[in-house]
Design a protein. Structure first.
Length: 217
């Protein structure tokens, strides 16, 4: 079984793995852009370049691995308690975005739309683009990582050029997309960890759900 199919099989019946992610995972497998998972022996982490490129900041430090249903349930309950029944049907982590424990996930919103969202270890939560291809374009900009470098400085270009060269070339050639110089051109204005109000749908849902969890709703 190929890596893309293995990851797709972990998705719940309520959500499918985006076709753009299948293509990305196939590209990773073709190039051998993997490293072994330390936390989950036997699993591979998908990379945007070689392991050496990730460690030397020549590839964005994002580690792809779709959570199993059991792991998605555990992570969802850590954030939202028992408020959302079968949270694993609505919330599936699929990549680590930094060494601080932040990650990105697929989220099924209240209208039944699959969204890509960020959950930061310091409380930054937001939607990462309108489509899966937006998210892949965001990665191609070349920030050192997503959780801090990109989201913390979204109106500034990456501090180091030439990052993700192979990935950027593949994405442009396959989808004919343009890559903006800064993240804000894809993401717009973002809430931060101290924001008290936001119109970001995921930010609103997280705070509403956590209020219910804490008995404040």
């Amino acid at each position: 079984m190929g890596y893309a199919q293995e990851m797709a099989d972990r998705m719940p019946a309520t959500m499918s793995l985006p076709e753009e992610f299948r293509a990305l995972f196939d590209w990773m497998e073709t190039n051998g852009f993997f490293m072994p998972s330390g936390a989950y022996p036997g699993d591979l982490l998908g990379l945007l370049g070689t392991e050496d490129e990730v460690q030397s900041d020549r590839a964005t430090a994002i580690l792809f691995r779709v959570a199993t249903p059991e792991q998605a349930r555990e992570e969802g309950q850590a954030w939202f308690g028992e408020v959302v029944p079968n949270i694993e049907d609505r919330f599936v982590p699929f990549a680590r975005t930094g060494g601080d424990g932040s990650y990105v996930a697929f989220w099924l919103d209240d209208e039944g739309r699959r969204q890509i969202v960020h959950l930061g270890s310091e409380g930054l939560v937001c939607i990462l683009g309108k489509t899966p291809l937006d998210f892949l374009r965001l990665l191609a900009i070349g920030y050192r990582d997503i959780s801090e470098d990109c989201l913390g400085w979204s109106d500034e270009p990456p501090r180091k050029g030439g990052c993700n060269a192979a990935y950027r070339t593949w994405l442009i050639e396959r989808y004919g997309v343009t890559i903006p110089p800064t993240a804000v051109e894809i993401l717009g204005d973002l809430p931060d960890a101290w924001t008290e109000t936001s119109d970001d749908p995921f930010w609103l849902w997280v705070h509403k759900t956590q209020d219910e969890r804490d008995g404040g709703a």
